[in-house]
Each structure stands twice: as C-alpha cells, then as structure tokens.
Design a binder for this molecule. Structure first.
Ligand SMILES: N[C@@H](CCC(=O)N[C@@H](CS)C(=O)NCC(=O)O)C(=O)O
Length: 225
C-alpha cells in the first residue's frame, strides 16, 4: 500500500497542486493509495520525511518527498505500468517542463486565486497561510483581490504557448496523456478545488476536461469550490 501525505482543506478538499501531480501519476500507473491530509502549519507530522513540504509518499519502506522525485520513483519502481515519461529523453523534457511550470506559471496562478484559497484552508492554517503567501506575493490578500483582473491577464499571457500547442495536439505529451499533462493540470485543478471563479479558457478548457475524464474521472469527482 502506498501512503500519500498532502494538504487537506475545508470539507475534504485536497488542494496541494504538487500533490495533484502525484495523485495523477498514481492513477496513471493504476496504483491505489491512502491519503493522509495534513495542515500546512503542522510540520511535526511530516518531520519523518526530513523536510517541510508535501507531497510525501511512503511506498513500502521507501519514503520520497517532492513531486518530481515521486514521479521518477514511480516510473522506476513500476516500469511495466503505463509510462509517465516515455523513456529517457521524455523524462528529461518532462523535467524541463516541470521547471518551467514551477518557475513561470505557479506564481501567476497563485496571484489569481490566493484570496479564494485562504477562505478554504483549514482554520488552523489561516494565519500561517496568509503570512507565508503574502510574503511570497509581496502583497496583501486585499491587494490580491483588487488586482485579480490584472493577475488573470498575466496568467493568460504566460499560458499562451500552451493554448497554441493544444490547437495542434490533444495532449501536452503529444498523442497520449502523460506526466507532462499532469504538471500543467495541477495548477488548474488547484484553482478548481479552491476558487469559485473560472480560470481556464479554450482550447485549454477542452484539454482540462479531457484530463478530468482520465482514469475513471479520478480528478473530476472530488470536493471542489
Ligand atoms: N518542489 C516541491 C514543492 C512542494 C511544495 O511547495 N508544497 C507545498 C504545498 S503545495 C508545501 O508543502 N508548503 C509548505 C509550506 O509552505 O510550509 C514539490 O514538487 O513537491
């Protein structure tokens, strides 16, 4: 049995974008797992991992922290299950895409949804979440709310290359979905779970719906905003 430690929000929401990458990777590989929701501010429960972030996976006796390392672990440990990367070159290119999404797209999405996320974190996390996110964004949540339209334009500009790509091929990974799709998907699922405002436009929206349908609608049927 595989155990996944991840952020738990109000009403059973699972809102860590990085853990959505892991969730999708596990579903892609056909692996069952047990979810252990944790509070962002409670570092004691995840101290066993040697770090301060989730997702963390325990697979047998092996503990792996960091969504990218977890994806590599699953690919290496379960080579006969459907591939996440499609070989060594695919692994390298997917890693490049992982770095691009983390460096270019995560903060623009955070700026759009942060105040909505704050309303849906566990009460025990409200203070910690506000303090750490306001520091990262260098603005208050009140300023973030006021600047939402501008943040949305910045996000749309950032994602324009992906809009163009998805006019030409059905999946980020090409002819079939793979881990690269789950990397981009994670930021939209984060918004879907924690914000009532729509953030996805066509053709990204059609692609997003296709990802939600994957693996028996695994990501569709979850608590959302
Ligand atoms: N590079 C890491 C990033 C993990 C990460 O930042 N996780 C967030 C939740 S989405 C976290 O645990 N934050 C804890 C904190 O900020 O104290 C990964 O891909 O797993």
């Amino acid at each position: 049995m595989i155990t996944l430690w991840e952020l738990g929000g109000r009403n059973g929401r699972r809102y860590s974008l990085f853990s959505w990458r892991t969730r999708m990777a596990l579903a892609h590989k056909g692996l069952a797992f047990e979810s252990k929701p944790v509070c962002m501010s409670d570092k004691a429960v995840i101290a066993f991992s040697g770090g301060k972030t989730v997702p963390i996976v325990k697979d047998g006796e092996t503990v792996v922290r960091d969504s990218w390392k977890i994806a590599e672990h699953l690919e290496d440990r379960y080579p006969s299950a459907p591939t996440l990367f499609g070989g060594d070159i695919g692994r390298g290119v997917t890693h490049a895409f992982n770095v691009w999404v983390d460096r270019a797209a995560v903060l623009p999405m955070l700026a759009v949804i942060v105040a909505d996320v704050h309303e849906r974190v566990e009460p025990a996390d409200e203070h910690y979440f506000r303090e750490s996110m306001e520091k990262i964004l260098k603005m208050t949540f009140e300023e973030a709310r006021k600047g939402r339209a501008e943040a949305m334009s910045r996000l749309t500009r950032t994602l324009e290359p992906m809009q163009a790509l998805l006019k030409r091929q059905p999946w980020i990974a090409g002819a079939q979905p793979a881990y690269a799709d789950y990397i981009l998907f994670s930021i939209f699922q984060w918004a879907r779970v924690m914000s009532p405002h729509p953030v996805v436009e066509n053709p990204l929206l059609e692609w997003f719906e296709r990802v939600l349908d994957l693996h028996g609608s695994f990501a569709r049927n979850v608590p959302t905003a």
